[in-house]
Ligand binder design. Structure first.
Ligand code: NDP
Length: 465
């Protein structure tokens, strides 16, 4: 009998996804550019091998799948996806479905959906790394709803489950799924950066050793901050280097890599005029982290920073509260960006369902997303920081964020994401801001006009000449 679905690209993610699909009882046909990889994969599939049909040519792959066919692409984003679609399409029938499950830029997915015309195409974002792909990722789908419905039974079966709820959701037309995945990754950057900043405060400001830092993260993982990233940060801090016996963190170079999805989110946010300063700060921090030589020169030139804080300057409770505050503000920004995109692109993105699909399987899974889903369910258009549950948390915790950011500044410890979170909070709770000065300046040099507090638009100042 023929396979229910096909998959192209047996790399890290594709192999794990294929095993997951077979493990859930679906017969799958697979093909990989390098044929030896296909055979090795099949040979090592163990009990699942009978559900997997290895194929050596694209023609053979297509012939092995039941009609109407569905084929998942798990190849590197960009040109390989276009090349693979071009090679595959002529072999397919008009109602066969191609699913790009890689990390495509959503603009590319928009274009591919348009280029496909009436030929079925989906772009789905898959989060959770290799482990997620194998045992349950979070899946964000985009494309025509009818195409999603054709494969939804497979995608929900293989997805992560939060309780009984599958973390696989159709987000909207065209690139909506890849867009939501990009914002997920942007939030991931900010979550990770805030954790790294708090680690820096504990290490450099408070003089804590790795074991104490690991214990702190482990403790936080039992409270409001419970999340995968806090959990693994504790494990990273606790690990020992097998080679030297030193704490693992102490032998890892402080220059962060990136594959670009955080950057895409920031670029898109600027196009949308959607403010996501905590995410921007996180992307900038990764870029700066790679300037190691300049940072070393700076330390020599400007004196040794950061400094130790006097004992009792900050408590660990204050750090936890600062993290809670920063995290809420970061998610408020991320969801705000999604709401703006939904309007701009006419997508009707389901904000509460996005919070729900992130509750399991993906990298940013956390306890807080449950409350976020509920808050967005009440009112998806409202900034998350104004939802009663989060407003209460902000009221009781923002003073701690202020303490942490202020003490970091006083002791020369960079905390850009936490700091930008605080500025965002202060901006968003200031009724009378300072853009009146900007408007005055703009009118002065460019006669751009301004609105008056006592009414009317297009007024000009008495600057004259
Ligand atoms: P890998 O590098 O592990 O695998 C890439 C696969 O694509 C290999 O099977 C390779 O075949 C194939 N391939 C590469 N170039 C081409 C090409 N030009 N034409 C056809 N096939 C090609 O990548 P990953 O599995 O890590 O990533 C795949 C996709 O999933 C990417 O878009 C990535 O961004 C995304 N992703 C990755 C995650 C991760 O944690 N790794 C998480 C979420 C998404 P061959 O054996 O011949 O080289």
């Amino acid at each position: 009998s023929k396979a229910e679905i096909g998959l192209i690209g047996l790399g890290t993610m594709g192999a794990a996804l294929a095993l997951n699909i077979a493990d859930n009882g679906f017969d799958i046909a697979v093909w990989n550019r390098t044929t030896a990889v296909t055979h090795d994969f099949h040979a090592s599939a163990g009990d699942l091998a009978p559900r997997i049909t290895p194929t050596d040519t694209l023609e053979e792959l297509v012939q092995s799948i039941a009609k109407p066919r569905a084929i998942i692409l798990m190849v590197p984003a960009g040109q390989p996806v276009d090349d693979q679609i071009a090679a595959l399409r002529p072999l397919l029938d008009d109602d066969d479905l191609i699913i790009d499950a890689g990390n495509a830029n959503f603009h590319d997915t928009n274009r591919r959906a348009r280029e496909a015309g009436d030929l079925p195409f989906l772009g789905i974002g898959v989060s959770g790394g290799e482990e997620g792909a194998r045992f349950g990722p979070s899946i964000m789908g985009g494309g025509k709803r009818e195409y999603w419905d054709r494969v939804a039974h497979i995608l929900t079966a293989i997805s992560a489950k939060h309780g009984d709820t599958p973390c696989a959701t159709w987000m909207g037309e065209e690139g909506a799924g890849h867009f939501v995945k990009a914002v997920h990754n942007g939030i991931e950057y900010a979550d990770m950066q805030m954790i790294a900043e708090v680690y820096g405060i504990m290490r450099d400001g408070m003089g804590m050793d790795n074991a104490a830092i690991a214990d702190t993260f482990a403790k936080w993982d039992k409270g409001v901050l419970q999340s995968y990233l806090i959990e693994i940060s504790g494990k990273v801090a606790a690990a020992t280097d097998p080679k030297t016996g030193a704490p693992m963190l102490d032998v890892i170079v402080d220059a962060a890599g990136q594959k670009g999805t955080g950057r895409w989110t920031v670029i898109e946010a600027q196009h949308l005029a959607a403010p996501i300063p905590a995410i921007e700060a996180a992307v900038v921090a990764r870029n700066l982290s790679s300037q190691r030589e300049a940072r070393a020169a700076g330390e020599t030139l400007f004196g040794t920073a950061p400094h130790h804080m006097p004992h009792d300057t900050l408590t660990l409770d204050a750090l936890e509260q600062a993290m809670i505050t920063g995290k809420i503000l970061c998610y408020a920004q991320g969801f705000g960006m999604i709401a703006k995109a939904s309007q701009e692109f006419g997508w009707s993105l389901p904000l509460p369902d996005i919070a729900k699909v992130w509750r399991a399987g993906c990298i940013i899974r956390s306890a807080m997303l449950d409350d976020m889903a509920a808050a967005l369910g009440e009112d998806a258009a409202r900034n998350l920081m104004f939802a009663p549950k989060f407003a209460e948390l902000l009221k009781s915790n923002h003073a701690a964020l202020r303490q942490v950011v202020a003490q970091s500044a006083l002791h020369g410890i960079a905390a850009p994401a936490l700091g930008s979170g605080l500025s965002y909070f202060d901006t968003m709770r200031t009724a009378r801001g300072t853009a009146n000065m900007i408007q005055g300046q703009r009118d002065f040099f460019g006669a751009h006009g301004f609105a008056r507090t006592d009414g009317g638009e297009g007024h000009h100042g008495p600057w004259g000449s």
